[in-house]
Design a protein around this ligand. Structure first.
Ligand code: SAJ
Length: 437
């Protein structure tokens, strides 16, 4: 059965680019999002998200006449659900309320022969055990009267457009025929391979991928903590270890953020609470990094010193502050009594949830007693160090990403500390031994 029209629920980081791709591939796309902010932006042709090339893509899609935006779903050949699946902070379980609401919203407009695809990341079993029963309330049985599939997105924020097209993709069907139908739909723009499997396997694969990355970042962070204790520069150690043909240690940092990697491992913990010791430990290691960064800061300056925190987003070159470890560092520093100034050229002024004022670089640096680099945005790596030296009074820098040109900052009189480098104070016992020697 051919699929010409798509009703896409959720025009966020994934829904908006995906809908635009389908529109440019010739499909009629009805984008559905209840957010007045998203509605207002898109009705004036503005992409509501800061992502390379997305504005060009959205403009082309809207100009093609095949992408329109509204608040309620309507009849279509296929429905794609790309809504958030946040973590319930009290239980660390997936909050599926948006997925369930989207499914209920589809029920009245569902027709025999339709395809329903879930793109949102969910705990394994959700398509079969949560989505299918709701859709069946329409009187149409998934796998018999309608097709149902899980096709998780796997794109990297910052490279969404390239990866949407180039990455291999999963089509996890409620039945093999559903997988086939979903694969056929995505062939409209996907150039990578489309791998057919069942829905629960596809759900498991998606959370495995992000858990793999989380555990590996945790390992890098643990190496950084060890290196600080024993007086080694972890960056040098990692560079050397990565010469081994089967070793690829990731980069330590102030923690793991974003709406995926900091969240999805919990979906596996939820599925098998007794069998996920490593996954849980990795989450704990990564979640403890902001506190560690604040500890390193405290070794440089004490509250209520004014400090400039460079970077608020969860990683470089994105505008997303969800689960951002940089934001957590800022919160902790405010709690400890520092006079915190935030700076991030990618974050829009007025972004809710910031614990301190967001300032232009010069204002953030002026008279600061210390500077902490939390996000390796290019803008910070290329910062004018002459200007920084003229503005900053404390001349202390903590680089939590190993992104600054240490020699340049030192040449301007800065004392530069590096996360993961043994230049931090050593444990008392070791210092005593050295003193004796
Ligand atoms: N990070 C480190 N060190 C590293 C790599 C990452 O500290 O060496 C940190 C980042 O700073 C950031 C966090 O981890 O805070 C996550 O960043 P990321 O770039 O690793 O991943 P995301 O969350 O932007 O996108 C991930 C991707 N998943 C994998 O690479 C397995 C992407 O392909 C997924 O589509 C996306 O999650 C998603 O939506 O699930």
């Amino acid at each position: 059965m051919s699929t010409n029209s798509i009703c896409l629920l959720g025009l966020g980081y994934i829904g908006l680019p995906t809908g635009s791709m389908f529109a440019l591939a010739g499909k009629t796309v009805i984008g559905v999002d209840p957010s007045p902010r998203v509605q207002a932006a898109l009705s004036s042709g503005v992409a509501s998200i800061d992502e390379p090339e997305l504005q060009t893509l959205v403009t082309a899609a809207i100009n093609s006449g095949r992408l329109r935006v509204q608040t309620r779903p309507e009849l279509a050949d296929a429905f794609i659900i790309a809504v958030p699946t946040p973590l319930d902070p009290t239980t660390n379980r997936a909050d599926l309320s948006f997925v369930k609401q989207a499914a209920w919203d589809i029920v009245p407009v569902l027709r025999r022969g339709n395809l329903v695809v879930l793109e949102s990341t969910v705990p394994p079993g959700t398509t079969r055990d949560v989505l299918a029963p709701i859709l069946a309330e329409s009187g149409l049985m998934p796998g018999r009267d309608i097709c149902l599939a899980h096709c998780p997105e796997r794109v990297l924020p910052g490279r969404i457009l390239v990866e949407l097209e180039q990455n291999d993709r999963l089509a996890g069907g409620f039945t093999p025929a559903c997988a086939e139908r979903a694969a056929d739909l995505y062939q409209a723009f996907v150039k990578g391979a489309i791998m057919r499997t069942d829905a629960t396997t596809a759900e498991m694969v998606k959370v495995m991928e992000n858990t793999f990355r989380d555990v590996n970042v945790a390992l890098a962070n643990e190496f950084a903590l060890i290196a600080e204790r024993i007086g080694v520069d972890v960056w040098e150690a990692i560079r050397l270890a990565n010469h081994h043909p089967r070793v690829n240690v990731l980069r330590p940092g102030p923690g793991v953020g974003g709406h995926c990697i900091a969240v999805d491992p919990w979906f596996l913990v939820e599925s098998a609470p007794e069998g996920t010791r490593l996954i849980r430990a990795a989450r704990e290691v990564n979640d403890a990094m902001p506190e560690h960064v604040v500890g390193r800061l405290a070794a440089l300056v004490s509250p209520p010193a004014p400090i400039a925190l460079l970077g608020v987003t969860y990683k470089a070159e994105v505008d997303d502050v969800r689960e951002s470890p940089a934001l957590r560092v800022a919160e902790l520093a405010v709690e400890r009594g520092y006079a915190v100034r935030l700076c991030d050229p990618h974050v829009k002024p007025g972004t809710p949830g910031l614990p301190a004022p967001l300032l232009p670089l010069e204002q953030a640096l002026r008279d600061a007693e210390a500077v902490v680099l939390l996000v390796d945005h290019r803008a910070f790596q290329e910062v004018d160090v002459d200007l920084a030296a003229a503005l900053v009074s404390g001349k202390r820098v903590l680089d939590a990403r190993n992104a600054l040109d240490r020699a340049r900052w030192q040449a301007h009189g800065f004392e530069v500390s590096l996360l993961g480098s043994g230049d931090s104070p050593r444990p008392a016992g070791r210092r005593t031994e050295r003193a004796r020697a």
